[in-house]
Design a binder for this molecule. Structure first.
Ligand code: FES
Length: 259
């Protein structure tokens, strides 16, 4: 387990639905907020609805508070969505490795597909504090599933795509990726498997290094059960312990089955 990880029972500060079925929860958790790095996650206990904790990316921090962004996608997250301000929540973290920003990188390109904005918003927050310039390609299926502009930091240059063209440019973030690649010193991505597969099959990164966060099923979240093992160029890796962030070229995309 990550040496900085802490188990805490903490108070919910707010828990609001910010778009249909997607909630932003702020939690008072000073020790986790202080230790957290962009790309890391916490395991959240979801009441009596599920036996296992749910892994959820850390979305932002603010002093002693941290935020998570989650979609209602089962009994556990439905339970989470019903929790009110001042209710207690059982969390463990921060877990995982996180993204690495190079000191000499000035222009960062972030590619967020759908809920992939969850960890990338934290990365942007951290990078802006280090005076980096951020370009974000933010994609969604349609306008009402698009992460709200008002919740993005104003220093981010954001280019929006939607599959149906109901907001921003019609298409996918991957359509725009080649146009923005040249000016990027570093590239970071978080999104669904099809987004990564498109990047891989079409060599959209043109061999430029890119760090990606993987979302796979997890049970323990601490490197114990081997339930999150993937194949990489460097052998078998556990997403919860060795990831969730990997170098794009390290992942054997043709072998990735359960994502
Ligand atoms: Fe158990 Fe990763 S979830 S080893």
């Amino acid at each position: 387990m990550n040496n900085n990880a802490r188990h805490s029972i903490r108070d919910i500060i707010s828990n609001n639905e910010i778009m249909p079925g997607v909630f932003l929860m702020w939690i008072k958790a000073p020790e986790i907020a202080d230790a957290a790095k962009p790309g890391q996650f916490i395991m959240m206990h979801c009441g009596g609805k599920t036996l296992l904790r749910r892994p959820i990316s850390i979305h932002r921090t603010d002093g002693s508070k941290l935020a998570v962004l989650y979609a209602e996608s089962g009994a556990g997250t439905q339970w989470l969505s019903k929790q009110k301000e001042q209710a207690s929540i059982d969390i463990l973290g921060p877990l995982g490795n996180g993204y690495m920003i190079k000191k000499d990188a000035k222009n960062l390109l972030l590619i967020a597909g759908g809920m992939g904005i969850a960890p990338l918003a934290f990365l942007a927050q951290s990078a802006i504090a280090e005076s980096k310039r951020i370009t974000l390609l933010l994609g969604a299926q349609k306008a009402d599933t698009l992460f709200p502009d008002s919740l993005l930091l104003s220093d981010i240059k954001c280019i929006v795509t939607t599959d149906d063209g109901s907001a921003g440019i019609k298409g996918r973030t991957t359509d725009l990726l080649p146009s923005y690649l040249g000016e990027a010193d570093q590239v970071f991505a978080c999104g669904p498997a099809p987004m990564y597969r498109t990047m891989y099959k079409n060599n959209l990164l043109n061999n430029k290094p890119c760090q990606v966060s993987l979302e796979v099923r997890m049970a323990c979240g601490m490197g114990v059960c081997y339930g999150c093992t993937i194949k990489t160029q460097n052998g078998l890796k556990q997403v919860c312990h060795d990831g969730p962030v990997f170098e794009f070229d390290d992942v054997l995309w043709d072998e990735l089955v359960d994502i």
